[in-house]
Design a protein around this ligand. Structure first.
Ligand SMILES: Cc1cc2nc3c(=O)[nH]c(=O)nc-3n(C[C@H](O)[C@H](O)[C@H](O)COP(=O)(O)OP(=O)(O)OC[C@H]3O[C@@H](n4cnc5c(N)ncnc54)[C@H](O)[C@@H]3O)c2cc1C
Length: 289
């Protein structure tokens, strides 16, 4: 099918893009990699009067680390995350997830900003950001605000972004010394969306678990942050018993639906397995660090 009629804008500066959003608001959409938006428009699940293609705006595709904060521009493609030494050094959870997103063609075009703004419960980067405590920077012509991803994702394909706001940057606390993290994804075939996936990270503090993060993919109406499991891990001894309890609590917090990919019980069981396994791997990495 062909998309409904729309006006195409191709701003070359951020100010120009923000002015277009301010002018057209509810009737406009930002076009980044187009990997989710274009199919939606073609099937007419989405139609907008104004499409604002932000791909020609310079300065939105950088990856930098300074002062314990990793800054990732909204237009950074999934494949840039895969190839980045800064990501490999600063965030093992992002580094583990990026090569598992979709297939090489989609990874060449899809962006981190588009992925988070799309808020697909099966999206990988939302869960990663919930685990690592990431936040997004939202800009308007009047200024900017920083919103933790746990407050940004509010439901299925729903975020707290306002119609005149553009997501410009993702900020993530750098994984410190004695930290580890990973992303475990069950998919029917390579390149598929997750049947179940778990993002985990963990930091050791004097032999105990200082902090831990767990995000879950495809097991609820949105990416889920397993807060009870995270709380149980804080201050605990990093052993099989603590990881098993976290796995149990994460499975309890998930609410998967039975479908062609698996039954609810199977998916819940896989959450338990992946959280336990992921934490053990993160602990190994933290010990080695
Ligand atoms: C075949 C296929 C397989 C896939 N498999 C996976 C997978 O396994 N895991 C996974 O996580 N994803 C997967 N995806 C989705 C992919 O990661 C997309 O790239 C991503 O969801 C959207 O990013 P995008 O840059 O293409 O955004 P677009 O499609 O351009 O936009 C998506 C939405 O975000 C909004 N938006 C985009 N950028 C901004 C911005 N800077 N500020 C405000 N709003 C913005 C748009 O207006 C639109 O509503 C798959 C996609 C395809 C086509």
């Amino acid at each position: 099918m062909l998309p409904a009629r729309f006006e195409y804008h191709r701003p070359t500066t951020l100010d120009e893009a923000l002015a277009l959003l301010a002018e057209h608001g509810d009737d406009a959409k930002v076009l980044a990699g187009g990997q989710s938006l274009i199919p939606l428009m073609k099937y007419r699940f989405s139609s907008v009067g104004h499409l604002i293609d932000v791909n020609r705006i310079p300065g939105l595709d950088g990856i930098e680390e300074s002062g314990g904060v990793l800054r990732i521009g909204a237009l950074v493609r999934h494949n840039q995350l895969v190839a980045s030494d800064v990501i490999a050094l600063s965030s093992p959870t992002i580094a583990a997830a990026a090569p598992q997103i979709a297939d090489p063609l989609v990874r060449n075009l899809g962006t981190i900003g588009g992925s988070l703004a799309h808020a697909d419960p099966s999206g990988d980067l939302g869960s990663v950001m919930l685990a690592v405590g990431g936040s997004v920077v939202l800009r308007t012509t009047g200024g900017e605000r920083e919103v933790p991803v746990k407050d940004f994702i509010v439901g299925t394909f729903q975020t707290s972004i306002e119609p005149d706001e553009m997501l410009t940057e993702v900020r993530v606390p750098t994984a410190g010394a004695r930290s580890g993290g990973t992303y475990l994804k069950l998919e029917r075939k390579v390149g598929d969306f997750a049947t179940v996936a778990a993002a985990v990270c963990l930091t050791l503090d004097n032999g105990s678990i200082g902090d831990a993060g767990i995000g879950l993919t495809s097991v609820g109406l949105a990416n889920l942050k397993a807060e009870a499991a995270e709380a149980a891990l804080r201050g605990a001894s990093p052993d099989d018993e603590a990881f098993a309890e976290a796995g149990r609590l994460a499975a309890e917090a998930s609410s998967p639906a039975s479908d062609v990919r698996g039954s609810e019980a199977y998916k819940r069981h896989m959450v338990d397995v992946y959280v336990r396994r992921g934490l053990a791997r993160a602990f190994e990495m933290a010990g080695a660090a």
